[in-house]
Design a protein around this ligand. Structure first.
Ligand SMILES: Cc1cc2nc3c(=O)[nH]c(=O)nc-3n(C[C@H](O)[C@H](O)[C@H](O)COP(=O)(O)O)c2cc1C
Length: 187
């Protein structure tokens, strides 16, 4: 299969966990946010909210709040020049109806799509990112003052320029035959 520029980008992207001590230009983050803004969402509700921390002091306080206790393994992400909090503003009617009728949390799906638009736009600009699921979501909402206001924490995204020695090893992927099926379901 010939690589299109987009497929090349998908192939080259890696989760980056070690970042150069170099600030990230706001314009680059803004481009990522614009890519996220363009993402599709169920009923076009656009439930995602991206709260960007690039001021070192505020970012450190955020990291101290959310990478505690059992989440201490994620403390390394405090060194990322930018931490993005991805939360959703829940639409209670939609989440209740779809949750009860279908059992699917579409707003979480939406957040995943928006977040990955952000991540791929970052990769295109030479930035490294890592999705962070291992953090204290309750502490995050409390820290942001969003508890009890209809928000739900989804993930954090660490952003920065990769160090020269940041691992570029490709994590294994399942073969296409294991994940894609034409005209018949998986056996
Ligand atoms: C929703 C989500 C949560 C993740 N949480 C973490 C995390 O907490 N810590 C971490 O080091 N990597 C985390 N990752 C990164 C994955 O480990 C990584 O994407 C996977 O191993 C594939 O490697 P690659 O991204 O380099 O292709 C997460 C990825 C996703 C999509």
């Amino acid at each position: 299969m010939d690589d299109s520029p987009f497929l090349k980008l998908c192939r080259a992207r890696r989760s980056v966990r070690r970042f150069a001590d170099r600030p990230v230009e706001r314009e680059k983050i803004e481009l990522c946010l614009e890519a996220a803004r363009r993402a599709p969402s169920a009923d076009n509700l656009q439930p995602w909210r991206f709260i960007v921390f690039d001021e070192p002091e505020k970012k450190t306080k955020l990291a101290e709040a959310v990478f505690n206790g059992v989440y201490a393994a994620s403390k390394k992400f405090a060194a990322a020049p930018v931490l993005v909090c991805l939360v959703i503003k829940e639409n209670l009617l939609v989440s209740k109806v779809a949750g009860v009728v279908q059992g699917t949390q579409w707003q979480l799906v939406d957040a995943g799509i928006g977040g990955e638009h952000f991540v791929l736009a970052a990769a295109e600009q030479g930035l490294g990112t890592c999705w962070i699921g291992w953090y204290d979501g309750r502490a995050l909402l409390k820290h942001l003052g969003l508890r009890g206001k209809g928000y739900r924490a989804v993930a954090l995204i660490a952003v920065g320029y990769p160090t020269d020695d940041a691992s570029t090893t490709e994590r294994p992927r399942k073969n296409l035959g294991e994940i894609a099926f034409w005209n018949s379901p998986p056996r």
